[in-house]
Every structure is written in C-alpha cells, then in structure tokens.
Design a protein around this ligand. Structure first.
Ligand SMILES: Nc1ncnc2c1ncn2[C@@H]1O[C@H](COP(=O)(O)OP(=O)(O)OP(=O)(O)O)[C@@H](O)[C@H]1O
Ligand SMILES: [Mg+2]
Length: 316
C-alpha cells in the first residue's frame, strides 16, 4: 500500500519553561493523513495545533514519538521532509515591502523555479485566488485578510505534495474566506495533501475530508468529517424546567452520564449521548410530577465539539 502522506505515532512535545513546570503541549497523539486528503486539526486556543504543525514541518523537534511526512522521518530526514512541503505559519509571512507580484516571483525563485515557470504558475494561482486587482500593490498596503489570502495563494505557486496551513483564514471576512476555501478545495483536486488547523468548525466541515479534534495536546475525536459529524447526530440537547431542583435530583441525573450538564435554579440543560437516555430522563421527571417544561433537539456540531472538549477536560 502507498505510504500515508503523514503518519504520527505517540507524538509528545514538552516545553521547558523558565521557573515553571514543564508543559506537555502535545501529549501522545497518533493519526494518519492519506494522500490527497484535506485534513483538519481542530481545537481551541492552546490545544497544541501549531506545535504539531511545527513538528511536522521540522521547525521544532518532538520530545518523543515518531512522525513521517511523505515517508520521511521528521527528525532523521528533515531535509527530505522540507523538500516535500510548504507551509503558511500562523504568524504572517509576506514580504510587506514588495508588491504581491514580486512576492510571488521571489517565492518561486527561492524554491528554484525559473522566472518563466513562476510566471506560468502564478497566472493560475492569481486567477484561482482572485488576486488580479491587487497584483501591483505592496503587501503592506493590503488589508490583514487580503494579506493572508496572498500568503495562502503563494504556497500553491510551488509544486510541493504537502501543504500546511496554520490558521489560513484567520482575519478574513466571510467573503474572503469563501473565496480562499474554494481555491484550497480546487488545489486539493490536483492531488495535493493539505493539512490545516482551525478553530472554526463550519470551515472544517466545509473543507476537510478528515479531522482530528485536539485538546490539551490529546486527540478527543478523529475520523472522516462524516464520522465525527455523526457523533453529533447521536447527541441530544435537553432543556428542562423542573418544579424543584434538589441535590438528589442532580445526582440522579448525573448517573445518566450526560456529556454536559448545567443547572441554574430550576432550569437544567443537558447534552445526552443517545435518544433512549434522553427519553428515560424525561419519563422519570414526568412520572414524579416534577417536569414543568422541556425542549429537546439534536445537538449541533458546535455542541458536540464543546461537549467533547468539556469531557476531555474533566477526564484529565
Ligand atoms: N515555545 C514555547 N515555549 C513554551 N510554551 C509554548 C511554546 N509554544 C507554545 N507553547 C504552549 O504550548 C501550548 C500549545 O500551543 P500551540 O501554539 O501549539 O496551540 P494552538 O492549538 O496552536 O493554539 P491557537 O489556537 O491559539 O493557535 C500553549 O499552552 C502554548 O502556550
Ligand atoms: Mg496555533
């Protein structure tokens, strides 16, 4: 079988911090990305997304574990890894004094392309990312979101099999974001593997073939986007109003292992893992004459995301 585009086993990264205890930013993660996939690494701020990307792109070394990119070991064969990738880092990286066009030319040259090659490829990228109107503007004069679009576009001038995008659409308005997402999708059809990080669930849903949700350096859910979404379809959100909230009732509800539970006076909000449990809770409350009002709905993907993250916090 063809090797995976990316293969990570038990990856750990610890940061030594002056005067503070060691921080395990990546805590034993494993996953694979198949060739040609758009893969999303999702998670809240500080989850360990950028750290993972930095290891995969050889900017930093892991504390332990292994990672292979296009079949090459990120530690032992870092030069080969670099030949196979390009990366948009979270911090901005365009040459602000140069025009957009010069940015592209410099980038092509840096990667060993002739001027002619760069121009041909730029033409396609300019078209795809809709950059015709800003070509002769200096990058520093562009808005933050547009600068970001130029930066993402730049990656597709060179023909590397794996592209890493760390928070590619940060700072873009909806319009800009839509255009960029469409262009990234189009690029992946050319057979490239794209690994991106985001904390925007809707963006991941639209773009990614597979995702891993990461929190505190650990994977809390992973699979194809469809599989992860399915977890959402199987979760229910219950909003209840009861006659009287007691400690006993709270304990009893907890026994049904809600993914999430919040109580405020006589209002209870629960996220429940399955339909039967949700109905059981309702029938218990009803039979005791406690239930004043209720609402039940499918949990949104956002709910699932939050619930998974919440659970991963209580488990650590
Ligand atoms: N060089 C470093 N030294 C010490 N701690 C670091 C360093 N880089 C990152 N960290 C810490 O490691 C954790 C993970 O950071 P990381 O940048 O990987 O998160 P992230 O998921 O990319 O977050 P964000 O969504 O905010 O970009 C954070 O707690 C961060 O403060
Ligand atoms: Mg980050």
């Amino acid at each position: 079988m063809e090797p995976a585009a990316i293969s990570i086993q038990n990856l750990v990264k610890e940061y030594q911090r002056n005067g503070k205890e060691t921080l395990r930013a990546v805590d034993g993660i494993s996953f694979e990305v198949r060739k040609g996939q758009i893969f999303g690494l999702l998670g809240p701020n500080g989850a360990g997304k950028s750290t993972t990307i930095k290891i995969l792109t050889t900017l930093i070394q892991p504390t332990s574990g292994t990672a292979f990119v296009n079949g090459f070991d990120v530690v032992k064969q870092s030069i080969d890894v670099r030949k196979n990738i390009c990366i948009v880092i979270q911090e901005n990286a365009v040459d602000t004094y140069l025009t957009v066009k010069s940015n592209f030319l410099t980038f092509g040259k840096f990667h060993g392309l002739t001027r002619k090659e760069t121009e041909t490829r730029s033409g396609r990228v300019i078209e795809l990312f809709g950059l015709k109107d800003v070509l002769n503007q200096r990058a520093m004069d562009l808005s933050g979101g547009m600068k970001r679009r130029v930066q993402v576009a730049k990656m597709f001038i060179v023909d590397k099999p794996i592209v890493f995008l760390d928070e590619a659409t940060t700072g873009m308005d909806t319009f800009n974001k839509r255009a960029t997402i469409a262009a990234i999708k189009e690029e992946s059809k050319q057979g490239r593997t794209i690994v991106l990080t985001t904390h925007m669930l809707d963006e991941a849903e639209e773009l990614c073939d597979a995702i891993a949700i990461i929190n505190h350096g650990k994977i809390v859910a992973s699979g194809t986007t469809g599989e992860v979404k399915k977890m959402g379809l199987e979760m229910f959100y219950l909003s209840l109003k009861v006659k009287e909230m007691t400690k006993e009732l709270e304990e009893e509800l907890k026994q049904h292992q809600p993914v999430k539970m919040e109580t405020k006076e006589s209002d209870i909000e629960l996220t429940i893992r399955d339909h039967d449990t949700a109905l059981k809770i309702l029938s218990i409350l009803h039979s005791r004459g406690l239930l004043l009002n209720f609402e039940m709905s499918s949990a949104s993907l956002e709910d699932v995301f939050v619930a998974l993250l919440d659970r991963s916090v209580t488990e650590t």
